[in-house]
Design a protein around this ligand. Structure first.
Ligand SMILES: Nc1ncnc2c1ncn2[C@@H]1O[C@H](COP(=O)(O)OP(=O)(O)O)[C@@H](O)[C@H]1O
Ligand SMILES: [Mg+2]
Length: 578
């Protein structure tokens, strides 16, 4: 896993390599200071000689300056490396997510994807920083201090051997206790993020149902959960402090006791006693820091796993390999198609044995109750999902054999819950086709009955839309979405319940302009109102995922009970809006 993470340092390797070297230099400099101190005491103070004090003092200043520079540079390199690592990980995740099919996004959920791109990456970044600086520093300190203590007085080094196992045992115990606590903390954070994101995405719905109080208490629960989990983990860590303090104090007492005896027996210079004491403190501190770095790494492991889960996800839907594509005519065939969603628990077929043949230029309507699979059916055409059994063909070629952009380029799709993006109306329409001319934009806007209201805005096509298109009405938004799909001049135009918020008269005009201006285009529309579909060449009645009946309005009125039922219900109760 570490090697895998390291491969994402690409472009920042030199920082990642320089940082440990600089840390080692910094630490080395700091380690010589107690040695110089010993020289001042032994050669200078005890022998009452000023020269060694000057010499050692000057060296001390030099060493301190070098240490400061090395330290500063190390911090800079470690930061660059960690930030670079984060950027690379985010880029890899984003690229993968861009290739995700609808099914993949269903599987992860978009709020979890956001957490995985932000919080988890930050976690990894912080850990990289800690490993590059604190861990390297502590490890260098530890090794050098042990070596130096052994060199000065092997007997005093024995004290370390006594204290070390106690500290190591305490740290191991701490890690065992804290690991699951940190895991819980991360989960609680996930839950908190999920709550906030869901709430913000649906803020209008929350307000319209006056659910603020319920949502607030949901947030409070999640927030308290995170606080509790955090406190439990950190308090456990803090509880270890006294154990560490006792170890340090014990070590000091032992070193002073044995060392003092050695000085009295003239086995050790008093200056070195001071030095050894300094090194032994360094050893104990380093062990604590190593422990903390390991703890941080275990904490980050959950994040690393989550990030790689995204990067490694095999997108369910990838480009097909056909080398020759048929000319775009707009023919769509379903051959004995069955489909189910792969999400957990949903094992049932949503569509069962669907066979349909939609000819180029045909105007086809799909009707049926909610949840009968209308949206699922049309989502198979641009291959947002793959069929479970059977085949979907566009212009005679299986959709799975098309390169995705070639397939989707021939299809204009207005989704059931479509959105506009922040930017001007013109920019939004150009999503349909980047190279569309001004006349083409105007024509598409006119066909979608959007031209008049666009021109009624002071800035016309340059009117800014807020994210999601919140500053236009529902019906205007739907018409802009239709215009955007039409700019593409698709061979197949699919409207999934895209005129539900448009009044019947305007809808009638849109239908008329389709008839006149989209002669060669296959149009597939899903609609709730029979009045919107009765002029279609062919009406498909879906019922519980199967094709119940197919025919023209007149034919279906004769033969289809379901169709007649829908028709009658709309005659009595006015328009059945979905
Ligand atoms: N992303 C999804 N994941 C799992 N099940 C889904 C998903 N989308 C729709 N469904 C289920 O598939 C069935 C058909 O839905 P849909 O095609 O949207 O119906 P319609 O458009 O006719 O209202 C419903 O039972 C719905 O619950
Ligand atoms: Mg639907």
């Amino acid at each position: 896993m570490l090697r895998r993470i390291a491969s994402y340092l690409k472009g920042y390797e030199k920082y990642a390599a320089a940082s440990p070297l600089l840390v080692i230099l910094e630490t080395g400099c700091e380690l010589t200071i107690p040695l110089l101190m010993a020289q001042i005491i032994n050669e200078g103070i005890l022998k009452e000689d000023m020269a060694p004090i000057w010499r050692a003092g000057a060296l001390m200043v030099l060493v301190a300056v070098v240490a400061t520079f090395a330290g500063g540079l190390a911090a800079k390199c470690a930061t660059s490396a960690a930030q670079g690592l984060g950027a690379n990980l985010r880029r890899a995740e984003f690229e993968k997510i861009s290739s995700f099919s609808f099914a993949d996004i269903d599987r992860f959920s978009s709020s979890s994807l956001i957490t995985r791109m932000t919080n988890d990456v930050t976690n990894i970044q912080n850990t990289a920083m800690i490993c590059l600086r604190i861990l390297i520093r502590a490890a260098t300190m530890l090794i050098a201090s042990v070596v130096l203590t052994l060199a000065i007085s092997p007997r005093l080094a024995l004290v370390v051997l006594v204290i070390l196992p106690i500290m190591a045992a305490a740290l191991l115990g701490l890690m065992k206790v804290c690991m699951p606590l940190f895991e819980n903390m991360q989960k609680a954070l996930d839950h908190l993020n999920e709550t906030v994101q869901e709430n913000l995405i649906a803020v209008r719905v929350v307000k319209s149902y006056v659910r603020e109080d319920r949502e607030r208490s949901k947030f409070m629960d999640a927030n308290d959960g995170f606080t509790d989990a955090g406190l439990r983990a950190i308090l456990r860590m803090v509880a270890m402090q006294p154990v560490m303090m006792i170890c340090m104090a014990a070590a000091t007492v032992l070193v002073l006791y044995f060392g003092g005896n050695m000085v009295l027996n003239l086995e050790l210079d008093v200056g070195y006693l001071q030095t050894v004491l300094g090194y032994i403190m360094q050893i104990l501190m380093s062990i604590m820091f190593v422990g903390m770095a390991i703890l941080q790494y275990t904490r980050a492991q959950a994040s690393i796993r989550r990030v790689f889960e995204v990067i490694d996800a095999q997108s369910a839907i990838t480009d097909g390999g056909a080398d020759r594509l048929p000319a775009p005519k707009g023919r769509v065939e379903f051959r004995d198609v069955s489909f189910r969603y792969q999400t957990e628990g949903a094992g049932e077929d949503v569509l069962k044995n669907i066979s349909l043949d939609i000819k180029p230029g045909e105007f086809v309507a799909i009707v049926g109750g909610t949840g009968t699979g209308k949206s699922s059916l049309v989502n198979l055409i641009p291959r947002f999902y793959d069929v479970h059994r059977g085949r979907v063909l566009v212009d005679g070629l299986d959709v799975r054999d098309y390169p995705l952009d070639a397939l989707r380029g021939r299809i204009g799709m207005v989704l059931q819950n479509n959105v506009l993006f922040s930017g001007t109306i013109r920019e939004n329409l150009l999503w349909g086709s980047e190279n569309a001319s001004e006349e083409e934009l105007v024509q598409a806007a006119k066909d979608a009955q959007a031209y008049d209201f666009i021109m009624s805005f002071p800035d016309g096509f340059d009117t800014s839309l807020d994210q999601g298109g919140v500053n236009v009405s529902g019906g205007q938004k739907q018409r802009l979405c239709i215009a955007r799909a039409m700019v593409r001049k698709p061979a197949v135009l699919i409207l999934d319940d895209s005129t539900s918020a448009v009044d019947s008269a305007t809808e009638g005009k849109i239908r008329e302009s389709f008839r006149e201006n989209l002669k060669g285009t296959t149009v597939i529309i899903i609609a709730q109102r029979i009045s919107s579909v009765q002029y279609a060449d062919k009406i498909v009645v879906l019922d519980e995922g199967t094709v119940a009946d197919v025919g023209s309005h007149e034919e279906l009125m004769q033969t289809s009970e379901i169709y007649r039922e829908i028709y009658d219900s709309q005659q009595e109760g006015g328009e059945g809006n979905g």
